[in-house]
Design a protein around this ligand. Structure first.
Ligand SMILES: Nc1ncnc2c1ncn2[C@@H]1O[C@H](COP(=O)(O)OP(=O)(O)O)[C@@H](O)[C@H]1O
Ligand SMILES: [Mg+2]
Length: 199
């Protein structure tokens, strides 16, 4: 069917916005179990980037599920839809010239691959939070693991829903890394990609 929708060719490009900002756009994607430290690390990294004058925006699984993705469940299909919408949102933000920090359990390899191939090449940086389920259970800040043990919640990744470990992440953060070390590891990976023009 022929579509009657035509996209308008705006003159200001992502490249021009990047030049204005003095750095490239990047999508830093944090994947790992609930409680693995995604939000904590993104928060600390964003503060460092802010101090350096980098424009950032965070997309956090928990926040997005209460707004843009309200009503989606934790079934495999809805998890994919969650990631698809986040990918589109990321695309807009990347186009705006900023560095996006995206924290999503994103347990399925195919969903993470979809993100990578959908956005422009070379600006996707996958960070695998390799925190053991035992540590995540000990932390259990949101009480999710306790609820899963009691059977009051289903589809909790790592307990009764799968987590497919990333095969080739750009950075692996383990529970042995302090928060400061984790920030440095990620920063080292993105430093050159940022092409930060410091005045
Ligand atoms: N490197 C770390 N060392 C010790 N505790 C941490 C570390 N990173 C996160 N935490 C703690 O673990 C809990 C879960 O972290 P959070 O960032 O919310 O995980 P996620 O976003 O992956 O669910 C929080 O209470 C946080 O303070
Ligand atoms: Mg979080």
């Amino acid at each position: 069917m022929k579509s009657n929708i035509f996209s308008y060719p705006y003159k200001i490009s992502q490249q021009m916005r990047n030049e204005l900002n003095g750095h490239k756009s990047l999508l830093i994607w944090f994947t790992g179990l609930s409680g693995s430290g995604k939000s904590t690390l993104a928060d600390a990294l964003e503060q460092k980037l802010y101090e350096l004058g980098v424009r950032t925006m965070v997309l956090d699984g928990d926040n997005v599920r209460g707004s843009l993705n309200k009503g989606l469940s934790f079934s495999a299909d809805d998890r994919s839809e969650n990631i698809r919408r986040v990918t589109e949102m990321s695309r807009i933000l990347l186009d705006s010239g900023v560095v996006v920090l995206a924290n999503f359990v994103s347990p399925y390899k195919k969903d993470r691959e979809y993100v990578e191939k959908t956005i422009k090449p070379n600006i996707f940086v996958e960070i695998y939070m390799k925190t053991s389920i035992e540590i995540c259970k000990q932390r259990d800040q949101k009480g999710l693991y306790m609820k899963a043990e009691k059977g009051t919640i289903k589809n909790l990744t790592g307990v009764n829903a799968p987590y497919e470990v990333p095969e080739n992440p750009a950075v692996i953060i383990t529970e042995k890394d302090s928060l400061e070390q984790a920030v440095e590891k990620v920063y080292l990976e993105i430093k050159d990609k940022l092409e930060l023009q410091i005045e």
